[in-house]
Design a protein around this ligand. Structure first.
Ligand SMILES: [Zn+2]
Ligand SMILES: [Zn+2]
Length: 168
């Protein structure tokens, strides 16, 4: 089955025409036909944090009764009915798939997102990227010596400033 159009939420959707894998079980019951469907669909979207493309798959299961009765006054308006021998599964699948789409897809669970200052991808910029820690060029050399001399334990900013004061 090919995915119909408009299967998407804000940041993620199922590409139109992509391949849906369907597993259907039809059971004849007294009121109609009970359909159990399992669908696996590809999802394409944008990471909610860094806006990089994300691809994923979702799997949904739904179970719906398609009843024989049609147009009866007291019919359950929420339900589906058989049209002759046909049952139209698309609205059922559409509902299930749209509900299963991630509202905030992430390229990875711990995506660091974008730098709020400059918008760079933090995943690419590396953990050192930051603006609050921008070191005055005068201190940069010292900072390097500190971090090289003491690979274990984080450098303490205060000592750093004290010992750096007055040096060229
Ligand atoms: Zn991301
Ligand atoms: Zn930045």
């Amino acid at each position: 089955m090919q995915a119909p159009a408009d299967l998407r939420t804000g940041l993620a959707g199922i590409p139109e025409g992509s391949d849906l894998r369907l597993d259907l079980t039809l059971e004849s019951v007294s009121e109609g036909v009970l359909v159990t469907a399992k669908a696996v669909a590809p999802v394409a979207g944008e990471c909610a944090r860094c806006l990089e493309p994300v691809s994923d798959t979702i799997e949904v299961r739904c179970r719906e009764l398609f009843s024989y009765e049609q147009g009866a006054g007291d019919a359950d308006e929420e339900g589906y009915s058989l049209e002759g021998d046909l049952l139209d599964l698309e609205p059922v699948l559409r509902d299930a798939l749209v509900l299963a789409l991630p509202l905030a897809p992430l390229c990875r669970q711990d995506c660091p997102g974008l730098c709020v200052e400059c918008g760079v991808l933090l995943a690419q910029a590396g953990p050192e990227h930051g603006h609050e820690s921008a070191i005055d060029p005068r201190w940069a050399g010292l900072w390097q010596r500190m971090t090289q001399a003491e690979p274990v334990g984080p450098p303490v900013p205060e000592t750093c400033e004290e010992s750096g004061r007055g040096r060229p």
